[in-house]
Design a protein around this ligand. Structure first.
Ligand SMILES: *Cc1c(COP(=O)(O)O)cnc(C)c1O
Length: 229
């Protein structure tokens, strides 16, 4: 059995290898997705030098951020946010980024609850590339309106990129997201190197890097399979 430290090192090495084959400018961040896993494992990864962690559930994240209180840890929220949890999310210690903004309504709420932060909360827009009804995320056609709203009306938020969840992601989805990035860059006149792409998970992060992912979200490869009860 390998340790968490060894697994992270192996994945980092693969990220570097894939990234070096590309012409992109930003090496992808490895987001260690710790949902459902105990705080002790997060601490183990932290002590191995890892800093970026992803969580899907607001209450769980809030609790873990208290249990693993480190001034330089970076928590990323990557789950579906219900309006009534926005306040709790924004009060979470060391919340670094919110990756799943899918509507103007959620952006407005986050902006409201982030007034007290020392720096704006980094946000990504979650895109539904597959067009499946039951998946959350905004329609690719509408996402520039949300981004525009954040840029114009949300001083407590900072737009940093777009993300996609594809549990059965195809290369086509990665391609679509990277094309959408170029489109947004033109529409809103933002340097495309300044727009991050969060895509790729345990089973496809290397492929996602080929298409320009700047943030791969890896859970089970680091922490083991999750047992939902
Ligand atoms: C659970 C989850 C992941 C990690 O999934 P693995 O297959 O365990 O790597 C990544 N992104 C999101 C949004 C998730 O919910």
């Amino acid at each position: 059995m390998s340790t968490i430290k060894e697994r992270i090192a192996t994945i980092q090495k693969r990220i570097t290898t894939e990234f070096e084959k590309t012409t992109f400018s930003k090496k992808p961040t490895l987001l260690a997705v710790s949902k459902i896993k105990p705080a002790e494992l997060v601490l183990e990864a932290y002590e191995a030098g890892h800093r970026d962690f992803g969580e899907n559930y607001v209450k769980e994240l809030h609790q873990k951020a208290q249990d693993v209180e480190k001034s330089d840890i970076r928590w990323h929220f990557i789950g579906h946010l219900q309006s009534n949890k926005a306040k709790l999310l924004c009060s979470t210690k060391n919340l670094y980024m919110m990756q799943t903004v899918h509507s103007i309504k959620i952006a407005r709420l986050l902006n409201k609850h982030c007034q007290e932060r020392e720096e704006p909360l980094r946000v990504m827009i979650q895109i539904n590339t597959s067009g499946e009804e039951n998946k959350s995320g905004c329609d690719p056609e509408n996402c520039h309106e949300i981004i525009q709203f954040i840029l114009n009306d949300c001083p407590n938020l900072k737009f940093v990129g777009i993300m996609m969840i594809g549990f059965f992601a195809q290369e086509n989805d990665f391609k679509r997201l990277s094309q959408l990035k170029e489109k947004i860059s033109k529409q809103l006149q933002i340097d495309s190197n300044e727009i991050e792409l969060s895509m790729g998970m345990s089973n496809d992060y290397e492929t996602a890097i080929k298409y320009g992912s700047t943030c791969v979200r890896v859970g089970s490869l680091i922490f083991g399979q999750r047992n939902y009860n």
